[in-house]
Design a protein around this ligand. Structure first.
Ligand code: NAP
Length: 484
């Protein structure tokens, strides 16, 4: 596999590639075969403080650039990411496991945030508000927040970081980022290209670590860090929100989901099947917006079930760097054990395995694509994020019933439904308590759209014009002494 010059072992702090202050490192493994890919600097508190100081120092000059000047650098970075998409995808597949074609898709998706925010940075408008006195003018300007911290997960090691970095840097902020322990290499490769694109020292700093809590504590407790953007589980998000409270940091939290995928009796079943396969099985089911509970109207249940089994039967499981494979390994042993436990619990509670249901014959971290029927909304498998290639079918009889079931969860990230009835499309779209709703559409992510959740799925939005607002502060200028 071609890893190229972008496979880095050091941390990236203040524009320099550097070992951890402790001189310690940790190993990164390929989940497809357990082989070691690299040894990476294991950053701790001292490295984090150094990165924060560098980001603080860089903020003055980076934020003083015009939006156009920042945009030029982001576009140079964008071009480099696309020019090196195959090398980046190879690194991503090696450390994360997803099929190469999906990895290339992720690199393009991640890069699209650079293009989007390079353009959007030029449209950070203020406001002029009429004042009750002729002697006074009321002006609103938007300014970058300052030093931002980012903590990102392993399931999209490129795109989850790019969503944050692109918006932050476009707005004029600087950033200190901590990628997941399982997948630090994609983040370091991104920084290598940022360096090549001329992003100045200190503007972006990357801290690989096996000590997430230590680095997280240093980031959240620092009064210099003005904002935390986190993507990961609701559990860790809650903890980080608490840690940010003493310094009253602005926070953006992209947390867990429990997406309902509803197929009504008036749906185009073939279209629903395409959407379901993409939503459920992409990334081996390890996305926060994966269909987690599949509600099927009882009258179309036999047809949906048969078509789903036919599709799942044809899926190929194996290493992501082999072209024909659709489903790669899960990320680690804990992930496989979790999926196994959820399936076993569902079967004990009366679920029926239609296909799959077990570890795959390929061994290691591979799990069979699975379809379970007779699931009910109160089973553990329907209450928690599965994060594996397991489709769970729940029959329903009426629109009101399925809306109540779909909303019966503390999560509110993504939901999907298929219907050709225009009245129902509007009613159900409004009734679902989710930040994003795919209607006759199984893939909803785009740099142009506001990505984010409600309820315990998070705070704030990433992508779109709204995502830029999360890195800006509003300042009101009250200008008096106008009258002669
Ligand atoms: P996680 O355990 O919450 O980890 C996410 C990040 O937080 C990782 O970098 C992790 O580092 C770090 N972390 C863990 N404990 C920490 C602590 N005490 N202090 C500071 N940082 C800490 O989640 P995950 O299992 O990696 O990712 C899966 C979760 O992410 C799912 O719930 C999924 O739904 C969610 N997700 C949400 C979105 C969204 O946009 N809403 C997108 C993708 C994923 P280590 O990995 O090094 O421990």
């Amino acid at each position: 596999m071609n890893f190229s010059a972008y496979l880095k072992n050091d941390a990236y702090i203040d524009g320099k590639w550097t070992a951890a202050a402790s001189d310690k490192s940790f190993a990164v493994f390929n989940p497809a075969d357990g082989s070691k890919i690299a040894s990476v600097a294991d950053c701790g508190k001292a490295d984090t403080e150094r990165a924060i100081a560098a980001a603080d120092k860089a903020f003055a000059s980076w934020s003083a650039l015009t939006a156009t000047a920042r945009a030029e650098k982001l576009m140079a970075w964008h071009a480099l990411m696309l020019a090196h998409e195959n090398e980046l995808a190879n690194i991503l597949t090696a450390e994360m496991g997803k099929p190469l074609v999906e990895a290339v898709g992720e690199i393009r998706y991640g890069a699209s945030y650079l293009e989007w925010y390079a353009e959007e940075a030029k449209r950070v408008y203020g406001d002029v508000i009429p004042h009750s006195s002729g002697d006074v003018r009321t002006l609103v300007v938007k300014q970058p927040i300052g030093v931002c911290a980012a903590i990102t997960p392993w399931n999209f090691p490129n795109a989850m970081l790019m969503r944050k970095v692109a918006a932050a840097l476009a707005a004029g902020c600087t950033m200190v980022a901590k990628p997941a322990e399982d997948t630090p290499l994609s983040a370091l490769a991104i920084a290598a290209l940022a360096e090549q694109a001329g992003i100045p020292p200190g503007v972006l700093n990357i801290l690989p670590t096996s000590k997430a809590a230590e680095v997280g504590q240093a980031l959240t407790s620092s009064p210099i860090v003005r904002k935390l953007s986190f993507t990961g589980s609701t559990e860790v998000g809650r903890l980080l929100l608490e840690q940010c409270a003493p310094t009253i940091k602005k926070t953006s939290l992209e947390l867990g989901g429990n997406a309902p995928f509803i197929i009504f009796d008036d749906a185009d079943i073939d279209a629903a099947m395409e959407g379901l396969i993409a939503s459920k099985f992409r990334n081996a089911g390890q996305t926060c917006v994966c269909a987690n509970r599949i509600f099927v109207h009882r009258s179309v249940h036999p047809e949906v079930t048969q078509k789903l089994i036919d599709r799942v039967q044809r899926m190929k499981v194996g290493p992501g760097d082999t072209a024909e494979n659709d489903i790669g390994p899960l990320i680690n042993v804990a992930a496989v054990e979790k999926v196994e436990k959820l399936v076993a619990g569902a079967m004990r509670a009366g679920a029926q395995v239609l296909i799959g249901g077990d570890r795959h014959a390929a061994g290691g971290l591979f799990f069979q694509p699975t379809v379970l029927d007779n699931i009910s909304n109160d089973m553990e498998i329907a209450r928690s994020e599965i994060f594996g290639p397991v489709a769970t079918l729940i029959p329903f009889d009426s629109e009101a019933e399925v809306i109540a079931l779909a909303n019966d969860t503390p999560y509110g990230l993504a939901a999907y439904f298929y219907s050709r009835d225009i009245g129902r499309v509007w009613r159900v779209g409004e009734a679902l308590e989710y930040g994003m709703v795919g209607i006759n559409q199984g893939i909803i992510s785009s740099a142009a759209a506001p990505f984010g959740g409600v309820k315990q799925s998070g705070l704030g939005r990433e992508g779109s014009k709204y995502g830029l607002e999360d890195y800006l502060e509003m300042k009101y200028l009250c200008l008096g002494g106008i009258a002669e």
